[in-house]
Ligand binder design. Structure first.
Ligand code: APR
Ligand code: PHB
Length: 396
């Protein structure tokens, strides 16, 4: 099989890239290791930056999102038993959108299938050959047979555990954290209209949500925490303790836990994000700790840059934007890595008394200094998308 762009991975990065390329009249084939049900069922974060929503609207992918999502104009920082609201819209003139990212993946898959262009599930890529030639080949397995997909370009959108990053001659920079998140999805109405980030001596806690009936909550636990040691009542007790505040009117709403799991936190960046005609995007190139909810939003920024660069190349033959791809993405990736690492270090309970005092000083500064709060709000709601890389006209 031959195509212009071979896309490995049908997560947000691969699916959005396929959509942007299709709009520009560029053909692609998407190869996905898992089944459609597996991809759509995977629990993901729930925050979309304003820039991400604007891109999705611009390219016709925000229909259901605009009907079903919730828009938030602020969030709460809770520490020393006191809640402080950060008015994101007043400070940064932007808001965030709460929409399950797995719902967005369903929308992206449906949009891809509507084009009739190839999206192969249960078709794992097993290798990339000749990435530095003008005709790289993706080797994949489908129906028990090995196949070859020849392309002009390969987009590695296969996430942290994919096969494309190892095919690049790149350096990987990593930071691991001495804690993980125990996440629960509960059939319980959110206890607050907005997100709550809680710094507590027992550990960090996060109150988020998916719908007016479903709450998403997280607890800081040890990196090797055994989920079996966390029956539902222990989870609710810990959440109630960490989310408690001096305000007697507030209480945590509980309900049946639908899903629970432990997720590690790590920071990873791969440099460069390119090897010949193989371009990495999204989690295949970088991982951020979930604290800042930046994973999907960073993937969107990468594929905006890559789609615009490919559009330029196919239209004019100029490789200028392709040559700038890695540099352009990494400038934003490292800024977002810094924000995510800083937010993670500030909020997660540390056994070191000096660190605890630094954390509280930083949190107090965020609630007292408009400049500090503005900087936080601007990065949390989303740095400007690489605006010089427009999504281009719809030529599909
Ligand atoms: N061949 C084909 N597909 C593969 C292979 C392979 N060898 N290896 C992995 N995949 C698929 C995975 O099954 C997954 O569906 O690649 C996809 C990668 O998707 P994500 O891991 O979601 O990564 P990305 O698309 O970059 O999404 C970025 O969005 O929702 C967030 O948490 C998510 O941080 C992630 C972000
Ligand atoms: C989520 O709703 O899953 C979520 C929200 C905010 C975060 C991380 C995760 O910072």
């Amino acid at each position: 099989m031959r195509t212009q762009v071979a896309i490995v991975g049908a997560g947000p990065a691969g699916l959005l890239l396929a959509h942007l390329l299709h709009r520009s009249g560029i053909d692609s084939v998407v190869l996905e290791r898992q089944t459609r049900e597996h991809v759509e069922r995977r629990i993901r974060a729930g925050v979309l930056e304003h820039g991400t929503v604007e891109v999705l609207r611009e390219v016709g992918l925000a229909g259901r999102l605009d009907r079903e999502s919730m828009v938030h104009h602020g969030l709460e920082l809770l520490f020393e038993q006191t809640a402080h609201r950060i008015d994101l819209t007043a400070l940064a003139r932007q808001q965030i959108t709460i929409y399950g990212q797995h719902e967005l993946v369903k929308d992206l898959i449906a949009a891809r299938l509507d084009t009739g262009r190839p999206l192969l599930f249960s078709a794992p890529a097993v290798g990339v050959s000749d990435p530095t030639t003008a005709s790289p080949t993706v080797h994949y397995v489908a129906d028990g047979q090995e196949h070859e997909l020849h392309a002009d370009v390969v987009a590695g959108c296969d996430g942290f555990h994919g096969i494309t990053r190892p095919a690049c001659r790149a350096t990987t920079y990593t930071r691991d954290y001495p804690y993980a998140w125990l996440g629960v999805l509960a059939a319980a109405a959110p206890s607050s209209p907005e997100l709550i980030y809680a710094h507590h001596p027992d550990g960090f806690a996060l109150h988020s949500m998916r719908t007016p009936e479903v709450t998403r909550l997280y607890l800081q636990v040890a990196p090797d925490e055994d989920l079996a040691g966390w029956p539902d009542d222990r989870i609710w007790t810990a959440l109630a303790t960490r989310l408690d505040r001096a305000d007697p009117g507030w209480r945590l709403t509980t309900g049946p836990i639908l899903e629970k799991g432990v997720t590690g936190l790590r920071s990873v960046v791969t440099e460069p994000m390119r090897h010949g005609r193989l371009f990495l995007a999204g989690d295949a190139a970088h991982i951020v700790p979930a604290t800042g909810a930046k994973g999907l939003n960073l993937a969107v920024a990468d594929v905006l840059v890559l789609a615009a660069a490919l559009r330029e190349w196919y239209a004019t033959g100029s490789e200028h934007l392709l040559d700038a791809y890695s540099r352009t993405c990494l400038a934003r990736v490292w800024r977002v890595q810094q924000f995510s690492a800083w937010m993670t270090a500030m909020l997660h309970c540390s056994p070191d008394p000096f660190t605890q005092r630094l954390q509280l000083a930083q949190l107090r500064d965020l609630t007292r200094s408009t400049a500090a709060a503005t900087s936080f709000a601007e990065t949390y709601t989303g740095l400007p998308m690489p605006t010089e890389w427009s999504t281009g006209p719809d030529q599909s």
